[in-house]
Design a protein around this ligand. Structure first.
Ligand code: HSE
Length: 441
């Protein structure tokens, strides 16, 4: 048996503690599978006294993760601190600089500086692995980087945030409030330290940025991603989606278009018959469309300590075996500059919900505004009308009524222009709701 692979684990939160348990439970098997024992030589966390339900008494304790990163007592630095800067960034840099392999679950850091860090790692001849940074326990990084190496990808999309999917599912299936669902997701350890990253779509955007780089062989441009979260989704939309044959999911989508690569994260109406529509709770799913393999859908737990630790361990096992693949599937110098397709050129169908003042002509005026922008309507429905009042008509207040429209394929620019003019006409009582319809195989 070869010499042990010694880990320095920085961060003993949900994922760090699960990794320690995993190594405790599967240490013997891992040694057989990889050909060398895997040991935890050092750990770094803020509070030494906290009871985490794990035994790390045999590992050296570091209050400062940078000191652990530099310590010659470990071969691999496992960064499970999180965050795009601060201790996480400083310690990853220090570890690479010290010539150590790095395994990280830090999507925010990699989305911001992944290519630069990959270059530094290549220069030092070490691995920078991040299977756990996208879609928790789903082995999508390896799949893209290794298993699909013989393909050209045309589109990659999926449910990339477990917290948001958990919230949407419970709202839909149990009629619970947004706030109650979010609190439950936090309690279960799914949400980020700052849950606005989850519900605002930013966590999914970080993951999409990483998947795009591997899938399309481009540099990362997380700023170029159009991001919209789930906070504006109402029960009325969930119910309407159900009646129209859709479900609402927070999707991350990257696709090759004539004007460049489109990257977007937003709630989407997905047909109930699609594989993605059936992904519930904290489960994530990633679909890849590629020339030789066709369509591939992987699904599994997208968050949670054990599932994420499983992915962290797969990266560690690669290092133990001596398997090295470029961080983004090719040398960092071979990544092409990212060519962005503007969101305004996005083409697709749209769901629109308006609160329309129930006045003669309002309906027709709205339909005309859509037609003026070349938008063809598949359907327009006034959902319900308040019961007739016994009072004389001129004394009855004009109550807004929900009107739901489904458009045929149009552009983002056209629908936005149309909704601007409808808003200015004064027929609607509140901001229009607009949800993109995603055509899925
Ligand atoms: N907060 C993330 C999620 C954790 O809910 O998906 C996994 O990245």
């Amino acid at each position: 048996m070869n010499a042990p692979l010694r880990l320095g684990v920085a961060g003993l939160g949900t994922v760090g503690a699960a990794l320690v348990r995993l190594i405790g439970r599967h240490g013997n098997d891992l040694a057989v599978r990889t050909g060398r024992p895997i040991t935890i030589a050092g750990v770094a966390a803020r509070d030494r006294k906290r009871d985490r339900g794990i035994d790390v008494s045999r590992a050296a304790w570091f209050g400062d993760p940078v000191a652990l990163a530099r310590d010659p007592g470990s071969d691999v630095f496992v960064e499970l601190i999180g965050g795009a800067d601060g201790a996480a960034a400083a310690s990853v840099e220090a570890a690479i600089d010290a010539g150590k392999h790095v395994v990280t679950a830090n999507k925010a850091l990699l989305a911001a500086r992944g290519v630069e860090l990959a270059r530094q790692a290549e220069k030092k001849g070490v691995s920078l692995n991040f299977e756990a940074a996208a879609a928790g326990g789903i082995p999508i990084i390896k799949t893209l980087r290794e298993s699909l190496a013989g393909n050209t990808v045309s589109r990659i999309y999926g449910i990339l945030n477990g917290t948001s999917n958990y919230i949407l599912t419970r709202m839909e299936q149990e009629g619970l409030s947004f706030e109650d669902c979010l609190a439950a997701a936090q309690k279960l350890g799914y949400a980020e330290a700052d849950p606005t990253f989850d519900i605002g779509g930013h966590d999914a955007a970080h993951k999409l940025a990483l998947l795009t780089a591997i899938a399309f062989g481009t540099e990362i441009d997380a700023e170029a991603i159009y991001v919209e979260g789930i906070a504006a989704i109402r029960t009325a939309d969930i119910e309407a989606a159900d009646e129209l044959g859709y479900r609402i999911k927070l999707l991350g989508v990257a696709s090759r278009t004539d004007s460049g690569i489109e990257q977007r994260v937003h709630p989407a109406m997905v047909p109930k018959s699609s594989a993605i529509a059936r992904i519930d709770g904290v489960t994530n799913a990633v679909a890849v469309e590629a020339d030789f393999v066709g369509q591939l859908v992987l699904s599994g737990p997208g968050a949670g300590g054990e599932a994420t630790a499983s992915s962290v361990m797969s990266d560690i096992a690669d290092i133990a075996r001596g398997d090295r693949v470029g961080t983004f599937g090719r040398p960092a110098s071979e990544l092409e500059p990212y060519r962005r397709a503007a969101m305004q050129t996005h083409e697709g169908g749209y769901y629109v919900r308006l609160a329309v003042y129930d006045r003669p002509g309002a309906f027709a005026a709205i339909a005309k505004r859509m037609a003026d922008k070349g938008i063809s309507l598949e359907s327009i429905v006034q959902r319900r009308r308040a019961p007739k009042s016994a009072a004389p008509e001129h004394l009855v207040p004009v109550e807004p009524q929900p009107v739901i429209m489904i458009t045929y394929e149009t552009t983002e620019a056209a629908i936005r222009d149309a909704l601007d003019t409808i808003r200015n006409d004064g027929h609607i009582a509140e901001e229009p709701q607009m949800i993109r319809i995603e055509q899925l195989g």
